[in-house]
Ligand binder design. Structure first.
Ligand code: RB5
Length: 146
């Protein structure tokens, strides 16, 4: 079963919990690593924590939420092996899996509404990496890390 780790900062923990419940309802194994309160926190540590679980293989994919989706994505992408994109539309969510083999999705709770966020999550989780020439390019991204 595909294991999904989900995290956020304080910008919208309710959206994160809704996403976690939605993903679990689709049959995925979900680990929601918080935070559990809306107390102001720091997105880099939450992005890093989730990214380390994906990079280590503890989780297969990760989903992140912060105000814009940008800061937590930047933090996640600092972890070796992470390919995280911010999405505000379903086309991009599908393409970051199909072409970029993204292993994490980030969204901005102050940018999109709940309905779109759930559609984006579905598009991300349902898409598959196409490999071929896209594999060559993703390998080139990985080479930059070494
Ligand atoms: C927190 O106010 C906000 O800066 C954060 O959620 C995120 O948008 C950063 O990129």
């Amino acid at each position: 079963m595909t294991r999904i780790v989900i995290s956020s900062d304080h910008a919208d923990i309710e959206l994160r919990k809704t996403i976690a419940a939605h993903v679990a309802s689709k049959g995925f194994e979900v680990e929601d690593i918080g935070p559990m309160t809306s107390e102001s926190t720091h997105y880099p540590k939450h992005g890093e924590e989730a990214a380390r679980k994906v990079a280590s293989g503890e989780a297969d994919l990760g989903i992140l939420v912060c105000g814009t989706g940008q800061g937590i994505m930047m933090a996640a992408n600092k972890v070796k092996g992470i390919r995280c994109g911010v999405c505000s539309d379903t086309f991009s969510a599908r393409m970051i899996r199909q072409h970029n083999n993204a292993n994490m999705l980030s969204m901005g709770a102050r940018v999109i509404g709940e309905g779109l966020a759930l559609d984006i999550v579905d598009a991300f989780l349902e898409a598959e990496f196409e490999r071929g020439r896209h594999g060559t390019r993703v390998d080139m991204i990985t080479e930059i890390e070494s």
